[in-house]
Design a protein around this ligand. Structure first.
Ligand code: AMP
Ligand code: MG
Length: 410
């Protein structure tokens, strides 16, 4: 049995980041990972433009203007957003301007509409002392042509997508999504569409793991239920290995008479790297590496217990998925949050123990409250509605109420 941190290290060492890319339309890019770096093709903003509705003026003309002694200028042009100024502003002149419109040549300051008064048809009174260059967004102020905007490995969220649109990248190169085969092993399993006979249970793991894979940005490949039968398992596991980057199977990795997964991994040419980990829940964890041509496939044989399977995913598969998907190294580790526990947390001290519950931010401090009910690895009911796992390290038996614990968001 190896420690959690040893297991994490071994797993990350096995994973090769996907290098294959695909071209996709920007409208489909949310959550995808950029495969090239993006350099600005234009200056941002593209030209000096007004940040306000108001008047474009020469500062020198209005520097001595005050509310009591306003200076009057002649309005010689109107410049709405999207149009090009037609003339240069001369001394004594102003242009009516709107937010986003190009500042005309000759003007160097914008006076907000609220600080002006229009008189007759073509004159405006400047009723404050403006600040030189105020309310002008300068060309290239945010980014200049050739500036790096986005690095390869960036996950595309709304802000990044806005940048890609603004640089005219309507098609972008992203890494292909990880393919993750999921299979459930066990004679007792049936699909949710079937009626349970005595001793049978619904294969909930297939659904839970597919949802996990989707949330992690991968494509789940549903391999279905496979009975505890050597020949059938061999066929199904072999197909899974051929079709995916990762394989997640549940069940059949304990020490029971019908637990064949490890033996079959060996017979299929798998290099078994992990057999069990000092973690609760999720002690039986088989991890094997397969080489197929230039590809490396990582096989995760997870416990069939619904909570164990998910805890193994959150703790071990999640960081591995980040590396596989092409995300930067800084994301290949869980993010720990320090929280104050609202209950006494206890563990046997022999294995790193994960307890599920709710993490809340109250007055700037994170608080963890344990899910009510049984913390059995088979209890998938009280896992619902939780958003965090509190960790009790090896060698610790209790974390008393009010003490600080490390928590993993899920
Ligand atoms: P195993 O890891 O095969 O020893 O299974 C451990 C426990 O998890 C048993 O109680 C199984 O019935 C249950 N189990 C196994 N596979 C699944 C599954 N796909 N969905 C829900 N429960 C499962
Ligand atoms: Mg089983």
């Amino acid at each position: 049995m190896i420690s959690v941190s040893q297991a994490e290290k071994i797993i990350l060492g096995l994973v090769r980041s996907i290098s294959e890319t695909e071209l996709i339309d920007l409208t489909l890019a949310t959550g995808r990972i950029l495969a090239t770096s993006i350099v600005s093709r234009v200056d941002f903003p593209h030209w000096d433009n007004s940040a306000m509705d108001g008047y474009a003026v020469k500062f020198a003309d209005v520097r001595s203007s005050t509310p009591k002694h306003p200076i009057t200028l002649e309005v010689v042009e109107e410049i709405p957003a999207g149009s090009q100024p037609q003339r240069e502003i001369q001394s004594g002149e102003a242009a009516r301007i709107f937010t986003g419109a190009i500042v005309p040549v000759g003007a160097d300051t914008i006076v907000m509409q609220e600080h002006t008064q229009r008189v007759q048809k073509n004159f405006v009174k400047i009723q404050i002392t403006p600040t030189a260059r105020s309310f002008i967004r300068q060309r290239g102020e945010y980014a200049k042509i050739g500036d790096p905007l986005l690095a390869a490995g960036t996950i595309l969220n709304p802000a990044e997508i806005a940048i890609l649109a603004a640089t005219g990248s309507s098609e972008i190169k992203v890494y292909r999504r990880p393919r993750v085969a999921i299979l459930s092993t066990g004679d007792e399993l049936v699909t949710p569409h079937q009626t349970l006979k005595p001793g049978q249970i619904v294969d909930s793991n297939q659904y839970a793991l597919a949802a996990f894979v989707q949330q992690a940005g991968g494509i789940p490949i549903w391999m279905g239920i496979v009975p505890d039968d050597r020949a059938k398992l061999t066929t199904a596991m072999s197909e899974a290995i051929e079709s995916a980057d990762f394989v997640l199977s549940t069940g059949g990795v304990s020490v029971g008479d019908y637990d064949y997964v490890e033996e079959i991994l060996g017979s299929l040419g798998g290099d078994i790297q992990i057999r069990s980990v000092a973690i609760k829940p999720g002690k039986p964890l088989t991890v094997a590496k397969f080489k197929r041509d230039a590809r490396t496939i990582v096989y995760f044989g997870l416990s069939g217990n619904p909570v164990s399977a998910l805890v193994s995913c959150w703790r071990f598969v999640q960081p591995a998925m980040a590396k596989l998907a092409g995300l930067p190294k800084s994301t290949w580790h869980p993010t720990w949050i320090e929280a104050i526990t609202a209950q006494d947390l206890s563990a046997d001290g022999n294995r790193e123990t994960y307890l599920w519950g709710k993490l809340e931010l109250i007055d700037g401090q994170h608080h963890f409250s344990l899910a009510g009910g049984s913390h059995s690895s088979g209890n998938l009911i009280n896992l619902a509605g939780t958003n965090a796992l509190a960790v009790i390290p090896v060698g610790t038996n209790t974390c008393p109420t009010g003490s600080t614990v490390q928590v993993l968001g899920i």
